[in-house]
Design a protein around this ligand. Structure first.
Ligand code: I3S
Length: 129
């Protein structure tokens, strides 16, 4: 593996559009705010960028550069969310080591399953460090 990245995660890379919301922070439940994100997995870090085409908020240029959420996958957990977590289908529950919880969702099952696999693989690789 490359020297600048932990263990074997350098080959675990992916990008695409996902629907996501933060659901809790510091053990405190927060109101869902589902939105589509350009989502990038690189070097054991998952970043969610606001959809650059979305009208509200900061300029699209800024949104393409500054991620909305950054999730370090070391020490994180990923699971299929139970039905009580959302009325949506194909929902993953991602919990970071520092206690922030997200739901990640996509209507096309094969797409969310691919994300589930690569995030799980990354977490397991990082556990070996
Ligand atoms: O788990 P909840 O609170 O039922 O989540 C729903 C709400 O966040 C809702 O917005 P309001 O905060 O205005 O009630 C959202 O529109 C829904 O999408 C949320 O539920 P789902 O089941 O889609 O995760």
């Amino acid at each position: 593996s490359s020297p600048e990245m932990p263990h074997n995660v350098s080959n675990l890379e992916k990008a695409g559009i996902l629907n996501k919301t933060k659901v809790s922070e510091n053990g405190k439940k927060i109101r869902k705010n589902w939105s589509n994100s350009w989502t990038v997995l690189h070097g054991g870090i998952l970043t969610f960028h606001k959809d650059p085409k979305s009208p509200a908020g900061a300029s699209s240029k800024t949104n393409q550069i500054v991620p909305e959420f950054i999730v370090e996958l070391k020490g994180a957990t990923i699971n299929w969310a139970s039905k009580d977590k959302s009325s949506k289908k194909n929902v993953l529950e991602l919990k970071s080591r520092n206690g922030v919880e997200y739901l990640v969702q996509y209507d096309t099952e094969s797409i969310i399953t691919d994300w589930y696999k690569i995030i799980s693989d990354t977490i397991h690789q990082l556990d070996l460090d």
